[in-house]
Design a protein around this ligand. Structure first.
Ligand code: HSE
Length: 433
């Protein structure tokens, strides 16, 4: 059978991994695809010493790959927004199928990219954009297509999970662990995307659209990173029987869809609480299947290449009839719903609160009165002995489920108490059930 010819743009961590795995496993990939998959052309500003590209055509101008009439599938692994979008649009315009690992681009411009692909009858595939090597897009879009999805929750940023794990297990400083994650090729070019939850929010946006049949709406999701989580919070959570994980949560309710990314206390007994290091995990709760969980490496060269190549194989299998491939978001484009994405203030969760307060008679009383005046029910409460250095004590409270806006109101009243120092730390709690 006629080979399928691939052009890889970007030969960094993911592009290099894709080159190496496609080369190494060429025989088994061809056996699965029913035709050879050939790397026809590479577009890269610089070589990757981990890749032997001696026999492959290389252009320093990546746009040459998009214009190359020999290339059937363009693989975009350069990342970023403007150039990547221009490249993908040019490839689509030239009638090429596209495989991308670019979650930022799909989450923020996917609606437009999919529309352009539809008009040209080409496929845009993006399995590698979410949770690295875990085939979660295929799972949601195809494996669970008979279900109504109730909610999903994921540890979907490997760098963030690596940092929280190392801080908790080895008491390593945040900056030190982040540096290691960068050296290992886990972190984004701009690591604030990892640390401030933007990367996780891109991935959550994509999963939620496929799960609930809604357009991609990154700008309506709530995002909070891990940079304010302290070793003390990790330790107090542990004492209360919880672990802190950075979760992306999407939930469908009668009122609308919740889309939120934030550090979360999870009961230590839940499997999700025990996903450590660079591993990612996604739990999906759906009406027919019940609950499923997928775990795997969420970043790194070959795990991500594994997903890129799965997309290449899928496209190669349907290359004669691209219209028969699944819709990019699973649902027919005219079937997407305009379900409201709820503002974070209208969501409900339990919360962990850490209040740094002067050790005076009546402080606890004042705090609990504010909570009770706002109808907030306390589930557990403890005060740590005051530090000799400053006489301030940490008061740790777990609340029952509360409306976010109501809790915000109570927290600003607590922060105004003379005996309370600094902002109150609030970390949402999820039972994951
Ligand atoms: N920076 C991302 C992470 C890479 O750490 O998960 C994979 O998307």
């Amino acid at each position: 059978m006629k080979p399928v010819k691939v052009g890889i743009c970007g030969l960094g961590t993911v592009g290099g991994g894709t080159f190496n795995v496609l080369t190494r496993n060429a025989e088994s990939i061809a056996a699965r695809t029913g035709r050879p998959v050939i790397i026809e052309h590479i577009g890269a500003r610089r070589d990757n010493p981990a890749c032997d590209t001696t026999n492959t055509k290389i252009s320093r101008d990546i746009f040459d790959v998009a214009r190359d009439p020999e290339v059937d599938i363009l693989v975009e692994t350069i990342g970023g927004y403007d150039v990547a979008k221009e490249l993908i649009m040019l490839a689509i315009d030239h009638g090429k199928h596209v495989v991308t690992a670019n979650k930022a681009l799909i989450a923020e411009h996917g609606n437009e990219i999919f529309q352009a692909a539809r008009e040209k009858n080409v496929i845009v595939a993006y399995e590698a954009a979410v949770a690295g090597g875990i085939p979660v897009i295929k799972c949601l879009r195809e494996g669970l297509s008979g279900n109504k999805i109730n909610w999903l929750a994921g540890i979907i940023n490997g760098t963030g999970n690596f940092i929280l794990t190392e801080m908790g297990d080895k008491s390593r400083p945040f900056e030190d662990v982040l540096k290691e994650a960068q050296e290992l090729g886990y972190a984004e070019a701009d690591p604030t995307f990892d640390v401030e939850g933007i990367d996780a929010c891109h991935k959550l946006t994509i999963m939620a659209s496929i799960a609930f049949g809604i357009p991609l709406q990154f700008n309506k999701a709530y995002t909070e990173g891990i940079s304010k989580v302290t070793p003390a919070d990790i330790q107090y959570a542990e004492e209360l029987g919880y672990r802190i994980k950075h979760l992306g949560i999407a939930r469908h309710s009668e009122k609308g869809v919740e889309l939120r990314v934030h550090p979360t206390l999870i009961p230590a007994s839940r499997p999700m609480a025990n996903i450590n290091g660079v591993l990612n995990a996604v739990v999906i709760n759906a009406d027919a299947v019940g609950e499923t969980m997928q775990v795997g490496p969420g970043a790194g060269a070959e795990p991500t290449a594994s997903s890129v190549i799965a997309d290449i194989v899928d496209i190669a299998r349907t290359i004669e009839s691209p219209a028969t491939a699944p819709q990019p978001l699973g649902f027919g484009v005219d079937k997407l719903q305009d379900t409201e994405v709820l503002p974070i203030g209208e969501t409900y969760s339990s919360a962990y609160l850490r209040i740094h307060a002067d050790d005076h008679p009546g402080v606890m009383n004042a705090i609990t009165r504010i909570l009770s005046d706002n109808g907030i029910n306390i589930d557990a409460m403890t005060q740590k002995a005051a530090r000799e250095s400053d006489g301030f004590a940490d008061i740790v409270i777990l609340t029952h489920k509360t409306r976010e806006a109501t809790l915000n109101h109570a927290l600003s009243a607590i922060e105004q108490l003379d005996d309370v120092q600094g902002p109150v730390t609030r970390i949402r709690v999820e039972a994951m059930a």
